[in-house]
Design a protein around this ligand. Structure first.
Ligand code: SF4
Length: 206
């Protein structure tokens, strides 16, 4: 849920999700339609189906040694779970950890993971780092530098993402969606089904 969505927006939803589906098996047994409905408002709906598919894989075959074998799980998520949930000796490299590592040129130990994430989020900021209060300033070669603004994701308003979200909301509300391009994209991702011109939420696999 926290992939590409701020943690503040995720927390209450995460708790409700776990109240409803407290185990991997419970989520695996849910219908795709219920999972998509419960995800509404979190954005990037493909993550809902990936999570559901991952739960089904784990329920059927157990946890894989490499979590990236699960749908929707990339290197960073796999390493974060390995580090924080399983206590393995792995440094998860998110955008904040990468920035601090690149600017300092230092190879940090996995034990520093949480500190690096906090430092990157609140001190070693993307454009204007707060070197004056940084505990690593002593031998950081980037101390005092300024950086170009990062390329930001385009605005949601008026985007194709927004059209997809509106089309999915129409299907969820039982309305006929009128954006065929958005529906085709949703169908390609398995978020809706189109049968004889009628659009519906995906039905459970047989
Ligand atoms: S000294 Fe500045 S550039 Fe270096 S890690 Fe600290 S905040 Fe980042």
């Amino acid at each position: 849920m926290a992939q590409q969505t701020q943690m503040e927006r995720v927390l209450a939803r995460w708790q409700r999700w776990l109240d409803r589906w407290p185990t991997v098996e419970a989520l695996a047994a849910a219908t795709p339609a219920d999972v998509i409905r419960a995800w509404q408002g979190l954005g990037y709906n493909r993550r809902a189906l990936a999570l559901h598919n991952a739960a089904q894989q784990v329920a059927a075959h157990g946890w894989p040694d490499d979590l990236t074998d699960l749908p929707g799980v990339g290197r960073y998520t796999a390493d974060a779970v390995a580090c924080f949930a399983f206590g393995r000796d792995v440094l998860p490299v998110d955008v904040n950890v990468r920035r601090v590592s690149e600017r300092t040129g230092h190879a940090f130990s996995p034990a520093a993971a949480q500190a690096l994430m906090d430092l990157g989020k609140s001190v070693c900021l993307a454009r204007v780092p707060r070197c004056g209060i940084c505990p690593l300033a002593g031998d950081c070669p980037s101390r005092g530098m300024r950086f170009e603004p990062l390329r930001r994701q385009g605005p949601f308003e008026g985007s194709f993402r927004q059209r997809r979200a509106e089309a999915l909301r129409a299907v969820l509300a039982g309305r006929e969606p009128d954006d065929s391009e958005a529906i085709a994209a949703l169908a390609r991702d398995g978020l809706v089904e189109v049968r004889d011109g009628a659009v519906s939420l995906p039905s459970p696999a047989l």
